[in-house]
Design a binder for this molecule. Structure first.
Ligand code: AKB
Length: 316
C-alpha cells in the first residue's frame, strides 16, 4: 500500500482512519476524499484531500490516476436506521458507489477494502456465536446492500482477481466523531449523556445484545487485514470481527462504576429495536483470528474508562 484513497472520509470511521493511516504510512500516502469540503481546520485536511462524489465513476478514476492510487478504502455508505427512511436512496448510494469504486479498482489494479456489517445478518441467522459462513437474509435495505456488497467483492476477486478485503463491523464506539444514523448509536450516545447530564434515555430495550468495538481496535483491524498475506485469506468479503457483546443495562452499570449518580431509562424506538433484534447477539470471529491474526485490545470496562476520560476532556 503506497498510495491509499479513502472515500467517505467525513464519516464516523473515515476521518479517524485517515488520521490513523497517515500516522502509520505517512501524511502524503493517504488521500482523503468526500462529497463536501470539510473546512481547513478539519483533521482530514492535514494531508491531501479531494472532493469526490463516488456516484461519479469518472471523478473516482481521475483522482486514482492523479495520485497513482494502489489501494482504495471505500467507506461511503448510508447506515441502517437512516436507510429505512428512504430505502431507494440508500440502495442507490450504497450499491452505486460500491460498483463505481470496484470498477475503478479493477481498471487501475488497486487493492480494495470495503466494510460489511453485523447488519448483513438477519432473523434467520444463528444469533449466538454467529458463524462466518451462514444464512444471511437481512430485513433492512442497509443489510441487503451489505450482503450484495459481500457477494460483489467475492465476484470481483473470483472473476477478475481483484484483491478485495473486508470485515463485518459491529457497532463502532468513538469519542471523536459521532455516528451517523445507525442502530448501535445508543452505545455512543450513552457516554455523551453520562458526561453532560448524568443520565440517558435508551432507544434500545434492556436485554438486547449486539456486538460492539472501540474505534482504536477497528482502525487497527483495517490496517492489519490490508497488510495480511493474501495467500492466507480464504474469505474475500467479509470477516466477522467483534470485541465485546453487551445490552444497554450492562453499559449503564459499567458507567455507574465511575459516575454513581448516572441514571438510565428507556424510550424504545420500534424501528431500531426491530433491527437490533434481527442482528446477532455475538458473532464468532475465529476466521479473522486464524486467517490474519485479528485481536481486539478493548473490552467494555477498558473502553468505558477511556471513553469517559476522553469525553470529559473534550466536553470541558
Ligand atoms: C449501524 O448501526 O447501522 C452500524 C452498523 C452496525 O453497521 N453501526
Amino acid at each position: 500500500m503506497k498510495k491509499i484513497l479513502i472515500t467517505g472520509a467525513m464519516g464516523q470511521i473515515g476521518s479517524e482512519l485517515t488520521v490513523f493511516m497517515r500516522e502509520r504510512y505517512g501524511r502524503d500516502a493517504v488521500i482523503a476524499s468526500g462529497r463536501r469540503d470539510p473546512g481547513d481546520d478539519h483533521p482530514v485536511k492535514d494531508g491531501p484531500y479531494e472532493l469526490v462524489d463516488c456516484m461519479d465513476r469518472g471523478r473516482v478514476a481521475e483522482v486514482v490516476k492523479k495520485h497513482n492510487i494502489d489501494t482504495i478504502i471505500h467507506l461511503a455508505a448510508v447506515l441502517s436506521a437512516v436507510g429505512e427512511k428512504d430505502p431507494l436512496a440508500a440502495w442507490n448510494l450504497n450499491m452505486g458507489t460500491l460498483l463505481n469504486t470496484l470498477e475503478v479498482a479493477r481498471e487501475y489494479s488497486c487493492k480494495y477494502f470495503t466494510p460489511s456489517s453485523i447488519g448483513a445478518f438477519g432473523p434467520g441467522s444463528p444469533q449466538d456465536n454467529t458463524p462466518q459462513d451462514t444464512i444471511q437474509r437481512p430485513r433492512t435495505i442497509y443489510g441487503v446492500s451489505k450482503v450484495a456488497g459481500e457477494l460483489l467483492c467475492d465476484y470481483y476477486y473470483a472473476k477478475f482477481g481483484l484483491d478485495t478485503r473486508g470485515v463485518r463491523f459491529p457497532g463502532l464506539i468513538s469519542y471523536v466523531t459521532p455516528p451517523g444514523g445507525g442502530t448501535t448509536d445508543y452505545a455512543v450516545d450513552i457516554y455523551y449523556g453520562a458526561i453532560k447530564n448524568k443520565s440517558y434515555t435508551s432507544f434500545i430495550k434492556e436485554g438486547t445484545y449486539m456486538d460492539m468495538m472501540y474505534m482504536p481496535d477497528a482502525l487497527k483491524a483495517v490496517c492489519d487485514l490490508m497488510e495480511a498475506d493474501p495467500a492466507k485469506l480464504k474469505h474475500r468479503n467479509a470477516f466477522n470481527v467483534t470485541a465485546m457483546s453487551f445490552e444497554p443495562s450492562m453499559i449503564a452499570a459499567e458507567i455507574k462504576k465511575h459516575i454513581p449518580e448516572f441514571k438510565m431509562d428507556y424510550d424504545v424506538d420500534p424501528v431500531r429495536q426491530a433491527i437490533a433484534e434481527s442482528w446477532p447477539n455475538y458473532m464468532d470471529p475465529s476466521c479473522a483470528v486464524e486467517e490474519w491474526g485479528f485481536k481486539a485490545a478493548y473490552d467494555l470496562p477498558k473502553m468505558t474508562v477511556d471513553m469517559l476520560a476522553k469525553l470529559k476532556e473534550k466536553l470541558k
